[in-house]
Design a binder for this molecule. Sequence first.
Ligand code: SF4
Length: 281
Amino acid sequence: MAWVAQAGASTKVHEIISDNSFPLARALSILFGVMNPIVPDLPKPLRQRAQDSILQLRAAVAEYGNVCYANSLGSESMVLTDLIWESVPEIEIFSIDTGRLYPETYDLIERLQARYGRTLRIYYPDGEGVERWVDENGINGFRDGLEQRRSCCVVRKVEPFRRAVSGRGAWVTGIRRGQSASRALAAPVEWDGEYGLHKVSPLLDWSETEIWDYIRKRRLPYNTLHDSGFPSIGCAPCTRAVQPGEDERSGRWWWERGDSRECGLHPRARVAAALGGSPSH
Ligand code: SF4
């Protein structure tokens, strides 16, 4: 609950928010959205943040044409999903079901789809690849070493991700500079040589407080695990709650060194690896 408390909330946000509790406000938002999508009910600084991000997303579509958003279903993803589905719907949103997600994450997918009346495209890992990996490494073999963990991420995340972005001009990610030392070095638009397309990060300058302010003001759905100490949520066996004040990413792959804790989808980690850190996969 630390990050919710930091954001100024006095109670669990999901307890006071119903995803469809303000249909009139939502209808008015869409009506006025012709001129000023989604943002009339936000305080000015947050409205400016949202408008800047929307402009970046629209610029990406204008520049690269076929743009997709890789939705990780974390708190930043709730903001980006709202910005995209309300204001830049030509961007396709997809998620990857690794097969090891928390039940709360599947519940969130349903609530998201109900709120927006849209379908989140889900990509799955290649079944034979998963079977082979488990056969060779064991069902939880990713805990046996960095190489095993990285290869599991390759099979369950990187392979379906590669298929999802294939043939596109750019992919959108919800990373923020405040999340980790490696992400602090990221740029709003980068060439992702690993996958052969541009990577656009419109939330880089958002703070954690702004993310949660936006979620509350817009009454967005979010993963209820955030109320139990999870700032970052990935696969269940590789994610845990953190203590107040700990780094956001410290709950992911906590048994590894800090500079190796990336899932393999972000090129900055690979650059850091080339400069002497541990590669992400
Ligand atoms: Fe495998 Fe863990 Fe990576 Fe998920 S986060 S793909 S379970 S190693």
